[in-house]
Design a protein around this ligand. Structure first.
Ligand code: SAM
Length: 432
């Protein structure tokens, strides 16, 4: 049985004609909080609900409201967050029945306490969470200075950082957006939960109805057949890593390719060939800093080895920076240049993996034991899942370069194929 607020919300939508008695779904309490449950069998690709534009909350809604004039310059997520908070604080908000069903928070890492964040020690997710919270704090300070304080008459109830964090967290976890654009919160449709079992992303469209298609409807469908009494799910995003899912929504998936690690590589400014290397990096579409998303179980991104070769280039291979070799170098980066260069790459990557791995406070085995114990705390499960995933990716990268190190003698090097001899005397040939 859903809580009474949900019943009231549903009744309101019925009275407003948004849903009718024969709606194929109804809101219900499920393990993910609230969700949408099938009232009867639903077939594949069947529309489960349609919400008219006047019930959407997007930057147009804000623009048409009392705070529209002062919010015109705000980013969509900021203006919609502020709108939700202000409405939540107004006794007589027309959105009251919707706001009453919104949760106080989610398990997104932006809502975690310091103590909970300790479980993320050493992870990239901890870094991103800190950055995002800092971003939210800065946006809040700007709002205070430019809007909240100068327009006190529009905001009779004080708005705190925690209020803003709530609003931001709600919009980030509930809004639909296409390619990061057209951000819209659609009450009722936003009760739909995510399932990793759904493997296609198409689940909604905006349809025009009425004369000249002027009335817009947000139409949501189920991409799979659902039996009466079961929950209807969608796939929120196939491309987000577990860290991103944890940050945006507060859950992770068990699929291995959701585990990712972003390697940051750079050409140090102190490099004697900095300018040359930067030039060459730019000609292959990269820059002095390059980010490579490494995914568990997937091959390395194709540009990673060429970029590493470039970063490590020097010593006996430095002649490649000579004007006459400039054009050759580009073609060469796709395959091994010299043994010294390839060996240096392996060392650089392996050292960096090892040092990163030593920054986590648990081992993968310890993480696995914690998860096997069926620990019910969702935030701890997210922390353990993400940190174990990051470590697995780092081990995978280390493994790839360890194997490469063993094959250094078998690789074919550009240096060895060159007719000129005088550089070869400089080659480092320490291994048989
Ligand atoms: N369950 C939400 C509620 O009670 O209002 C409705 C869905 S809302 C768009 C997105 C939020 O639902 C997420 O931030 C997360 O809190 C929860 N959620 C959705 N799918 C989930 C899943 N597969 N596992 C855990 N939580 C989920």
């Amino acid at each position: 049985q859903p809580p009474p607020e949900v019943h009231t919300f549903w009744q309101w939508l019925c009275d407003q004609g948004v849903v009718s008695a024969d709606s194929p779904v109804r809101p219900a309490t499920v393990t993910e909080g609230l969700g949408l449950v099938a009232k009867r069998d639903i077939s594949e690709n069947e529309v489960v609900l349609e919400v008219p534009k006047k019930f959407w909350i997007n930057p147009d809604t804000v623009a048409a409201s009392k705070i529209g004039n002062v919010c015109r310059e705000l980013k969509p997520i900021i203006s919609v967050s502020l709108f939700l908070i202000r409405e939540k604080k107004r006794e007589d908000s027309p959105w009251r029945l919707y706001l009453d069903i919104l949760p106080e928070s989610t398990d997104s890492t932006v809502f975690w306490s310091e103590e909970e964040l300790v479980e993320l020690q050493g992870t990239q997710l901890l870094g991103t969470t800190i950055d995002v919270k800092e971003y939210i704090r800065n946006e809040f300070l700007k709002l205070e200075e430019q809007i909240l304080l100068p327009h006190k008459e529009l905001f009779p109830c004080p708005i705190t950082f925690d209020d803003f964090l709530w609003g931001f967290g709600m919009v980030r976890s509930r809004a639909f957006s296409r390619g990061g654009q057209n951000l819209v919160v659609v009450p009722l449709a936003d009760l739909i939960n995510h399932s990793q079992k759904i493997t296609t992303e198409g689940y909604a469209e905006i349809k025009g109805t009425g004369p000249f298609s002027r009335n817009l409807l947000f139409s949501l469908w189920s991409s799979v057949a659902v039996k009466a009494g079961e929950q209807v799910f969608i796939q929120y995003d196939l491309d987000k890593s577990n860290a991103k899912l944890a940050l945006d929504y507060g859950f992770i998936e068990s699929k291995s390719d959701r585990n990712a690690y972003t390697l940051t590589l750079e050409i140090p400014e102190s490099d004697p060939f900095f300018e040359d290397k930067l030039d060459i990096a730019e000609s292959i579409g990269l820059s002095e800093t390059a980010y490579f998303d490494i995914i568990l179980g997937r091959p390395l991104p194709p540009m990673m080895l060429p970029y590493l070769r470039l970063v490590a280039l020097g010593g006996p291979d430095a002649f490649l920076f000579d004007f006459s070799f400039r054009s050759t170098i580009l073609g060469q980066l796709d395959s091994p240049i010299s043994r010294a260069n390839e060996e240096l790459i392996c060392q650089m990557v392996r050292d960096s993996c090892k040092s990163t791995l030593s920054g986590y406070h648990t081992t993968i085995e310890e993480d696995e034991r914690l998860l096997e114990g069926g620990n019910p705390d969702p935030r701890l499960r997210i922390a353990v899942g993400v940190r174990a995933g990051e470590k697995r990716v780092l081990q995978q990268i280390d493994g790839i370069f360890k194997e490469r190190e063993l094959k250094l003698n078998e690789l074919e090097y550009y240096q060895d194929q060159r007719p000129q001899q005088h550089y070869t005397s400089l080659r480092i040939e320490t291994r048989a």
